[in-house]
Ligand binder design. Sequence first.
Ligand code: PMP
Length: 291
Amino acid sequence: MADIIPFDDRDGLIWHNGAFIPWRDAKLHVLSHGLHYASCVFEGERAYDGKIFKSAAHTDRLFKSAEILDMALPYSKEELGKVKQELLDKQDLKNAYVRAFAWRGSEMMAVSAQQTKIHLAVAAWDWPSYFSLEQKKKGIKLDIAEWKRPSPESAPYQAKAAGLYMICTLSKHKAERQGYADALMPDYRGYISEATGANIFFVKDGALHTPKPDCFLNGITRQTVIELAEAKGIPVIERHMTFEELPDFEQCFLTGSAAEITPVSEIKGQKYQVGPLVLDLCEAYDQLVRS
Ligand code: PMP
């Protein structure tokens, strides 16, 4: 625990409901609907050389997530776009993680939350890598989660919403306790879905295979990697994938704004090569985000 710098005790600024305030003053009351009932949506974005990669796409997704959760955000997309950049500029942050988020306030403390105020905030901090560089070069090891991604009738899967992460944290904790870096989650049908905070791709015979995002987040990085691969003439097959197929693949990697492209070297005993196609895509992604 010694090397942990708590997130409530840092220098810097956080933007909250229209004002840039000192980091340590950005507090909410313990009786907040967002905390008790998970009425909270958020974004995870990355800035490279002072500029957020696909900032507008992340802003669009935050607004969409809020709409899905019946929350009307009190600022415009244009305002949020400007705030994110200003927050980086004011703090001279170049390579950073950006977290924009919205939640329901304290006016009501029950399932019904019609009268709650919708809060909007943005924080940004230096965050070079989600998985360590060492982990990335060697490839990470994944557990297979026991929790299944719910069906589209059971959860608003297209929202990046706090409540959906309960089974992710549980799966990731169990994986980490067993020496894995993350966990691959089945969906409600038993198909492969994604990791706890990143999408997954496999390589076979020069083609990419990736699960169809019909019950989990279709990540912005996932969509970017599909475009990059197609531009390079690499076929991309989106389909339902089973765990029985895991031995058929040669390479594997995760994608996410935080994870970027992270090679996978093992899924619960099944080994993968950190191979040329994955490394080539890593390089192309690195170039694109800085272009
Ligand atoms: N799935 C989940 C559950 C995530 O939390 C994330 C990270 N936002 C992703 C996928 C990847 O999404 P993106 O590429 O848009 O960051």
